[in-house]
Design a protein around this ligand. Structure first.
Ligand code: F6P
Length: 469
């Protein structure tokens, strides 16, 4: 069995790994190490005075965690700058928010090169290398230039936009060239795979044989692997006796009211203010429901040093204040809003308490909250998932009430319908969704990707005369 080397911007190393607040990506990558031993490489999350050339290493169980510090300038240019102010908005179709700077792009390439230099010394010939997320698209090209011939896979957790959208970003053709240095590129949905293949064909003049794209001497396979959740774990956490103070308080505070829940990082791609306004509309159109529902929005603060996130935080607070001020009554607050991070052990029972989950991103690679909500439901009395057609999860969770988050009237009507939905319909819809969430869980995802990566050893061969560099 080869060793697995995972590379991701954030690494959930042992001191963080014990905490339950780990997000979907952390859970997913830990699942990959269930079947392999290996190494997990990435940013320590720390900022140091001087650029690190040597990583620090922590051993725990079958995994060696290898962590690099960044300088403040690296973090600014690579993480906040190019990754989160240029790539992130473009990949989420928010071209108007994308702020490209050559300095940031140079910083992004520099950090990828530094990571590659440190990692190359640690990789053995037979290791499988699996790179994650948009922060590290140039990593395989850097590793190849250092002579690495290993199988290298990449998983893109966020949407891959249409070529016309990606093409607006300066440097995007270089990123497409860099993609060709991976043996396998995994994306969340067939739509993402189609977008990426079209970009490689149009921008690089690549040639295609089934899933494999050839450009010059390089070949890569592009496939969809929808990421899943640890379904069994979520089911167990949700079904545990409700001993926690916050859960008891929530139950008491709700009384006979129905709970509507939203759980998202405070990110403009999640459509939080738009969702609040749709809920406001629902309350205006259905005055008899006032005082009978509570919407709890959990929105942990994120990337707060990026100006667009500061603006979002202000807009969310203003929208919240306006709605609670205008529609609230003594003894009833329409929206409860918290910005702390909740552990999975608390989220699971909260999901189970909620009659409706509002998962209404403007655009999302997959959205694991949708799958966690389904996993956490009581099979005898499940809630209703209201899901954006622009979340990757909508391709699989067809039993959800699918909405367009740009249409507040549609979302308001979906809330009304979900509250009125018959028990029979709730059960039928949930049964269709839990089947997918159970069968395509996080272990399936990791195993399917790694199996396909190993298969590239034999599959990827450049047909003579096809493609060009
Ligand atoms: O998948 C998208 C992603 O970048 C994950 O890698 C990360 O865990 C999440 O968003 C949160 O972003 P950040 O690491 O910037 O806080």
């Amino acid at each position: 069995m080869p060793r697995l080397v995972i590379v991701s911007n954030r690494v959930w190393a042992p001191e963080a790994a014990g905490k339950e607040s780990a997000g979907g990506l952390a859970v997913a990558l830990r699942a990959a190490f269930k079947a392999y031993e290996g190494l997990w490489f990435g940013w320590s999350g720390k900022v140091a005075a001087h650029a690190a050339t040597q990583p620090t290493t922590v051993e725990a169980g079958n995994v060696q965690y290898v962590l690099m510090d960044l300088t403040a300038l690296d973090r600014q240019e690579y993480y906040y700058g190019f990754a989160n102010r240029a790539l992130w908005p473009t990949m989420h179709y928010r071209v108007g928010l994308s702020d490209f700077s050559r300095t940031d792009y140079a910083g992004y390439l520099r950090v990828n090169r530094t990571f590659a230099n440190a990692l190359a010394n640690l990789v053995c010939t037979s290791d499988l290398v699996w790179v994650h997320d948009y922060h590290l698209i140039p990593l395989a090209a850097e590793l190849r230039s250092l002579g690495l011939n290993n199988l290298i896979g990449y998983f893109h957790h966020i949407p891959w936009p249409a070529p016309e959208v990606l093409g607006t970003l300066p440097g995007s053709t270089d990123l497409l060239r860099a993609i060709m240095d991976f043996n396998l590129v995994g994306v969340q949905t067939e739509r993402d795979a189609d977008n990426l293949r079209r970009a490689l064909l149009q921008e690089l003049g690549a040639a295609q044989t089934r899933d494999v794209l050839h450009a010059g001497i390089r070949s890569t396979c592009v496939k969809a692997f929808p990421i899943g959740v640890d379904t069994r774990d979520f089911q167990e956490l949700a079904a545990r006796p409700r001993a926690n103070r916050i859960i008891r308080q929530t139950i008491t505070g709700l009384g006979s009211r129905k709970l509507i829940i939203g759980v998202d990082r405070l990110d403009y791609s999640k459509g939080i203010p738009q969702r609040m306004e749709a809920y406001e509309r629902f309350l205006i159109e259905n005055p008899n429901q006032r005082g009978h529902v509570t919407y709890l929005q959990i929105a942990p603060t994120s990337r707060s040093e990026v100006p667009e996130y500061e603006t979002l935080s202000r807009v969310a607070n203003e929208t919240l204040g306006r709605i609670n001020g205008s529609l609230g009554e003594p003894g009833w607050v329409p929206i409860q809003y918290v910005t702390s991070t909740y552990p999975r052990s608390l989220l699971a029972p909260l999901y189970r308490l909620a009659r409706i989950a509002l998962v209404t991103p403007m655009r999302d690679g997959m959205n694991l909250v949708a799958k966690e909500y389904v996993a956490a439901q009581d099979p005898l009395d499940p809630g209703v998932l209201v899901l954006s057609k622009f979340a990757g999860a909508a391709q699989q969770l067809t039993g959800a009430v699918i909405i367009n988050p740009n249409d507040k009237v549609e979302v308001a009507e979906a809330i009304r319908d979900a509250l009125q939905m018959s028990h029979q319909e709730r059960v039928t819809r949930w049964q269709s969704m839990i089947e997918v969430v159970r069968d395509r869980d996080v272990s399936w995802w990791a195993a399917a990707f790694l199996k396909a990566l190993v298969a590239q050893q034999h599959e990827v061969a450049m047909p003579a005369g096809e493609g060009r560099d």
